[in-house]
Design a protein around this ligand. Sequence first.
Ligand SMILES: Cc1cc2nc3c(=O)[nH]c(=O)nc-3n(C[C@H](O)[C@H](O)[C@H](O)COP(=O)(O)O)c2cc1C
Length: 363
Amino acid sequence: MSGLFETFGRRALFTLDAEQAHGLSIAALKSGLLSCGSSDPALAVTVAGLSFPNPLGIAAGYDKNAEVPDELMKLGFGFAEVGTLTPLPQTGNPRPRIFRLIEDRAVINRLGFNNEGHEAAFQRLVRRAGKSGIVGVNIGANKDSADRIADYVAGIRRFYSLASYFTANISSPNTPGLRDLQARESLGLLLSQVLKARDDAAAKSGVVRPVFLKIAPDLTEEGLDDIAAIALAHPLDGLIISNTTLSRTGLRGTKNTGEAGGLSGAPLFERSTIVLAKMRQKVGPALPIIGVGGIDSADTALAKIKAGADLIQLYTGLVYRGPGLPGEIVKGLSQLVKREGVKNIRELRDRDMERWAAKAIPL
Ligand SMILES: Cc1cc2nc3c(=O)[nH]c(=O)nc-3n(C[C@H](O)[C@H](O)[C@H](O)COP(=O)(O)O)c2cc1C
């Protein structure tokens, strides 16, 4: 399907504005026409107490309003992350605000958490309650919120009965000041309150939902040390590494490279994988890490796992390779695992961690 998409579908979609093309892809998924099913026990992994049929998920931002999580899993994804959702609906930044960098197989976006808010997504998730499939809810804060941490706490409370896991997204570059929550003191405060909300809800319901923290790739070694220390000092269930980058280092093309926003896709692969491996080295083997950034093939997916990831996610790869990509990656991973001679993909984690961690984070 990827080949067909690249020849015909992509050309048609790329004549549209990037945001219109995205809307069309959601509509195609809703139509239920696209599907690809396969399960290989060698790819099944248990992370943070959840059993994933395969380690590849759709990253946050594609299905912001929880419209198509089940359809995405039908494409081959082992799990879906919806959001980022903020308590109140918000329109985000003025359009255009998503830009293709075609020569670099990259995207710059400055959406600014456009989403329909907790209530609309909650109603959609209620309608799928009881279905199988791991659906994580990515939570954030409204742009003009008076108390940002309270917005994250509200997300935990609102979605506790419906989310398989939560992601606290403190790393979008498009909400001014949001990334400041990654600083040592603010992060300690955020995690204490978010994890207390989780623990309260767990005590009431008898179910403990994992909470992951999604971080930026634009951190210094010292910034990573601080996050590792705070993460380990709290009952956090894992890290998602990484969100988009503000760096423009290494871009080959010229069109749209000057746009403001977060860069994703192929040029993010190296940076996000280095940060992932460094973080794996700092937090040790026990803390789950989800690797994201520039995955567009089975090889890049496996590289993230070998650098230290338990699970992986992608978004921009879908823009360039189309809806056949998750199925292609899952199939490719099965073959690679066989070739490596291991029983389960988990055995390949960390194999190249030291090599990746030794590299400097690009400027
Ligand atoms: C258009 C667009 C919107 C995004 N929106 C969100 C979001 O709402 N929340 C979030 O945590 N990450 C968001 N992301 C970041 C992705 O989840 C992912 O971390 C990043 O794009 C790197 O992965 P990729 O190179 O596979 O795209 C968005 C990315 C793109 C391209």
